[in-house]
Write a protein that binds this ligand. Structure first.
Ligand code: CTP
Ligand code: MN
Ligand code: MN
Ligand code: MN
Length: 339
C-alpha cells in the first residue's frame, strides 16, 4: 500500500447523471461485490439498502483508475458506512437459492420465497413438486438455461431484423429502436429491448396486438446466414403502457434453437423522447435522473413525461437532448450512461 502522502483522492460529482461512465471499469472486483450485495438486498425487499449499494458501485465504476488505498475514497459521495464496512454477507445459502428460483422467467421474489418455505430449493424439486405454474413460468422453467445465457449483439441485431420486418408489415410507417443495454454499447445483454412508435400520434394504438399476431403466425425466416425461428411462445405483463415481454427462439450458429427474452414497448410519438431516455438505462442512471429532477429541479421525470411541479405543467420534448436541457444537465450520450 502506498503512503498516504502519495495518495491522490478521487473526486466525482454526486449524481450519476452528472458523470460520464463508459463500460470500462477499473474496479470490477469491488463493484461486483457491491452489486451482489445490492441484489441480495433487493431480493429481500430492502430497496433502500439495495440502492445504497448500487450508488456506491456506480461511484467506483466512474473512477479513472483502480482504487489502491482506502484513503482515496475519503470524501467520495454515496460511499456510506455499509458500503465501506460490509465485506461479508450473511445468508449466502438462501441467497443462492433465491437467485436460482427468481432466475426463472416469470418468477419474482414473493413466489420464490413461498416455494422456499415449502421446501423447494432447486429446479428439479420445483419440477417434481407439482406446483401450478403459469404460462410464463412454465416456459421460464423449460428454457431456464437458454434464458440465463447472455444474448450477443449479433443475436440482438438478428432479432431486430425480424421484429423490424414484423413492425413494417403491420404498420409501414412505424419506427423501431433498439434500446436497453445494447443502445449503450454493451456487447451482451440479458434480453433485447425495443421501443416502437408511429410518426402520427394515435396511430400506434393497436399496434402491439397486430405485431404479436404477425410474429406468432411466422414459423421461420432466414437472415444474415443465421436461421432464425421466431416462435413466440407467450406474452405477459401488460404494464402501464403496452409493455410486453415475449420469448422467441433463435438458432445460435448451429441448428440449435434457443429462447431469448424480448421486451417490446410501444410509445405515442409525443412521449417518444421520454420513452427512449427511460428505456435506454442503465437502471441506476435512470434512477439518478429522476432523483436529480426531483431534488434539484422540482420536476417529475418518467418514461412518459416531464412535469414541472412548481409551474404545474408538463414540459414537451422531442429529443433526449431537449430533456437533458430542460433538466439543466449536460447531454450524456447512450454509451456514457453505463452507471
Ligand atoms: N425498465 C423499466 N421498467 C421495467 C424494466 C426495465 O423502466 N420494469 C427500464 C430500465 O430502467 C432500463 C431499461 O428499461 O432503463 C432496460 O432494462 P433491462 O433490459 O432490464 O436492462 P439493460 O440495461 O438492457 O441490461 P441487459 O443488457 O442486462 O438487458
Ligand atoms: Mn435489456
Ligand atoms: Mn429489458
Ligand atoms: Mn410507465
Amino acid at each position: 500500500l502506498m503512503n498516504d502522502s502519495e495518495v491522490t483522492p478521487f473526486s466525482v460529482p454526486g449524481y450519476a447523471c452528472q458523470r460520464r461512465c463508459t463500460l470500462e471499469n477499473h474496479n470490477a472486483v469491488l463493484t461486483d461485490a457491491l452489486s451482489l450485495l445490492a441484489e441480495n438486498a433487493e431480493l429481500s425487499d430492502e430497496d433502500g439498502r439495495g440502492v445504497a449499494f448500487r450508488r456506491a458501485a456506480a461511484v467506483l465504476k466512474a473512477l479513472p483508475s483502480a482504487v489502491t488505498n482506502m484513503s482515496q475514497l475519503t470524501g467520495l459521495p454515496c460511499l456510506g458506512g455499509h458500503s465501506l464496512r460490509v465485506i461479508k454477507v450473511s445468508g449466502w445459502v438462501s441467497f443462492a437459492v433465491l437467485q436460482v428460483l427468481t432466475g426463472i422467467f416469470g418468477v419474482g421474489s414473493k413466489t420464490a420465497d413461498r416455494w422456499i418455505r415449502e421446501g423447494i430449493h432447486n429446479l428439479q424439486q420445483l419440477r417434481d413438486s407439482g406446483q401450478t405454474l403459469n404460462r410464463a413460468q412454465q416456459a421460464g422453467l423449460e428454457h431456464y438455461d437458454d434464458i440465463k445465457q447472455p444474448v450477443s449483439l449479433a443475436e440482438a441485431e438478428a432479432i431486430r431484423g425480424i421484429v423490424g420486418r414484423a413492425v413494417a408489415s403491420v404498420s409501414p410507417e412505424a419506427q423501431i429502436v433498439l434500446t436497453g443495454g445494447f443502445r449503450r454499447g454493451k456487447l451482451t445483454g440479458h434480453d433485447v429491448d425495443f421501443l416502437i412508435t408511429h410518426p402520427e400520434e394515435g396511430s400506434e394504438v393497436g399496434l402491439m396486438p397486430k405485431l404479436v399476431s404477425w410474429l406468432e403466425s411466422r414459423v421461420s425466416c432466414h437472415l444474415q446466414n443465421v436461421l432464425l425461428i421466431c416462435d413466440v411462445i407467450f406474452l405477459l405483463m401488460f404494464a402501464l403502457f403496452c409493455r410486453f415481454s415475449l420469448c422467441c427462439f433463435i438458432d445460435k450458429q448451429t441448428r440449435r434453437w434457443r429462447a431469448v427474452r424480448v421486451d417490446l414497448v410501444v410509445s405515442p410519438i409525443s412521449q417518444f423522447a421520454f420513452a427512449l431516455l427511460g428505456w435506454t438505462g442503465s437502471k441506476l442512471f435512470e434512477r439518478e435522473l429522476r432523483r436529480w429532477a426531483g431534488h434539484e429541479k422540482g420536476m417529475s421525470l418518467s418514461s412518459h413525461a416531464l412535469y414541472d411541479n412548481k409551474q404545474g405543467r408538463y414540459i414537451r420534448a422531442s429529443s433526449e437532448e431537449e430533456i437533458f436541457a430542460h433538466l439543466g444537465l449536460e447531454f450524456i450520450p447512450p454509451n456514457e450512461r453505463n452507471a
